[in-house]
Design a protein around this ligand. Structure first.
Ligand code: ATP
Length: 495
């Protein structure tokens, strides 16, 4: 028998008389996906993301192992390969996912998966995630393949719909083949103490020291910094070092959600509160429990939402949309923005009272351009991570590549550097990253003899001013005699 011959009629046996279902001979129950999603959310609240992931992963593993035992014992297979492939087919027939034809977890490209029930339920109950979340699916595949192969196979998801990727992707390798890289993907969900900041920059060290102190107290924190500079990472760092570390860390991107939805996302809603509200929904402020809620891009909030958030923070209680009674807020709020909120307060687009309430402690993250001393150490660390994820041996940076990295303006900050290193790890032909392995916009440095183009000189002047002012864009702009928005535009122009 081949894997594709498996169908639901062969696998599922319903015995109405005794009221039992059997799937591949094992007693089974059909569980509603939303109920599973609710369980996930409860686990996240009770155990934190790392605890929930460990438990759900283990649950998936047992399920996968038992499925493999059933497959092997119950059917006559054409080959060992057919038994292996039957795992994916069984997962499809159980409604867990859709597998893109021709892909599989043991292939170098991995298994590309659509319609993961788990990513869908995570988005529904817990919102968008920073990390892959198909923990039971990865567990299922690990358990199944380990049973079939009779050695420990570890499956890692490196792309996930719940994180905003178009599809999910699972890679399977024997445990030893993952080497050190196994640590990082499996640790990332919790993002336990993110100590590796690779920084020598005085402005960055100051921000980290303040963040450590902020972790020890419970005040609201406002993190300021350009996009991709590490605001989210810093918020997680504070959470992980705080007494709230075992409770959830939830992140809400205020700029990415339309106004009416944002209110229900934040505060929750009662069933029937508006068209489409078919059930009660817990908002993130409530779901964060005694943990931390990270409000990213808080500067994008409309004036009406600002009022509602201020009221909730002042009274330490919230009302779900469509409900009258108040519920206490236990979560700590860390807010972040790339905007100059002080200026927004002056122009009246951001409420002064909310600004003061959020910025009890203010942390300012310097841009990458303002801490050039960090570029190469960070690039090396990010390259090592990317190699680990890609299953490649450690690589180093060639001199020409280093020069380009040092001279680039980094409008996208560490995120841009991270992407460049990911690309280099994928493309480089040998163990040394060449300049041509970098994205085109990370161009060659200005030729020394000619002094560089006007644009290059301008960029160098901006970078130097930013460095002198510890990444403070307003002050750097004032020194250069241009407006902060012009400075920001010039930085973004990059190239
Ligand atoms: N010091 C660092 N070391 C390693 N990785 C880093 C560092 N700083 C940031 N990163 C990585 O860069 C990426 C962007 O960081 P992060 O999401 O925290 O930025 P952000 O300021 O919140 O961006 P945005 O405002 O666009 O959401 C992340 O993948 C993060 O892990």
């Amino acid at each position: 028998m081949r894997a594709e011959d498996l169908d639901i009629d062969t696998l599922l046996l319903a015995d109405a008389e005794v009221g039992a279902l059997r799937f591949a001979g094992h007693r089974a129950v059909i569980v509603d996906a939303v109920a599973l999603g609710t369980l996930r959310r409860e686990l996240m609240t009770a155990l934190g993301p790392a605890g929930a992931r460990a438990l759900l992963g283990r649950f998936g593993q047992v399920q996968g192992w038992r499925a493999a035992e059933a497959m092997r014992g119950r059917f006559e297979w054409d080959s060992e390969l057919a038994i292996r492939d039957a795992g994916g087919r069984a997962a499809i027939l159980q409604g867990m996912l859709r597998l893109l034809p021709g892909t599989g977890p043991m292939t170098p490209e991995g298994a590309t998966v659509g319609d993961s029930y788990e990513a869908e339920q995570h988005l529904l109950h817990c919102g968008q995630s920073e990390e892959p979340v198909c923990w039971t699916l990865a567990g299922f595949a690990s358990g199944y393949l380990s049973c079939v192969e009779q050695r420990e196979i570890v499956v890692i998801e490196d792309r996930c719909v719940a994180r905003g990727d178009a599809t999910c992707r699972f890679m399977a390798r024997p445990r030893e083949a993952w080497g050190d890289s196994l640590e990082s993907p499996s640790r990332e969900g919790a993002r336990a103490p993110a100590e590796a900041w690779e920084t020598q920059s005085p402005a960055m060290l100051r921000a980290l020291e303040l963040a450590r102190r902020a972790a020890a107290v419970d005040s609201n924190v406002l993190v300021l910094g350009e996009s991709g500079a590490g605001k989210d990472r810093l918020a997680r760092f504070i959470h992980a070092r705080s007494s709230r570390a075992r409770a959830p860390f939830l992140a809400l991107h205020c700029g990415a959600i339309a106004e009416p939805l944002l209110e229900s996302e934040l505060f929750g809603h009662a069933r029937g509160a508006f068209t489409g509200a078919t059930r009660d929904r817990v908002g993130m402020l409530e779901a964060a429990g005694r943990g931390t809620l990270f409000l990213d891009e808080v500067g994008e909030m409309s004036p009406a939402m600002q009022v509602k958030l201020l009221r909730a923070l002042q009274q330490r209680e919230l009302r779900r949309v469509g409900e009258n009674h108040a519920r206490p807020i236990h979560a700590r709020v860390i807010a972040a923005t790339h905007r100059d909120l002080a200026a927004a307060v002056e122009t009246g687009s951001f409420r002064r009272d909310l600004y003061y309430r959020l910025r009890v402690i203010e942390l300012r993250l310097p841009s990458l351009a303002a801490r050039r001393e960090d570029i190469l150490p960070l690039a090396r660390a990010l390259l090592a991570d990317a190699c680990g994820r890609a299953g490649r041996d450690k690589m180093s940076l060639g001199t020409a590549a280093e020069e380009r990295l040092l001279h680039h303006a980094w409008p996208g900050n560490v995120r841009e550097l991270e992407n460049a290193m990911e690309r280099a790890a994928a493309l480089a032909a040998g163990p040394v990253v060449a300049a041509s392995d970098l994205p085109d916009d990370i161009g060659p440095p200005p030729p020394q003899s000619r002094g560089g183009s006007l644009q290059q000189l301008e960029r160098a002047a901006i970078a130097a001013a930013l460095e002198r002012h510890g990444g403070h864009q307003q002050r750097a702009a004032a020194e250069l005699g241009i407006s902060p928005s012009t400075l920001y535009r010039r930085l973004r122009r990059g190239g």
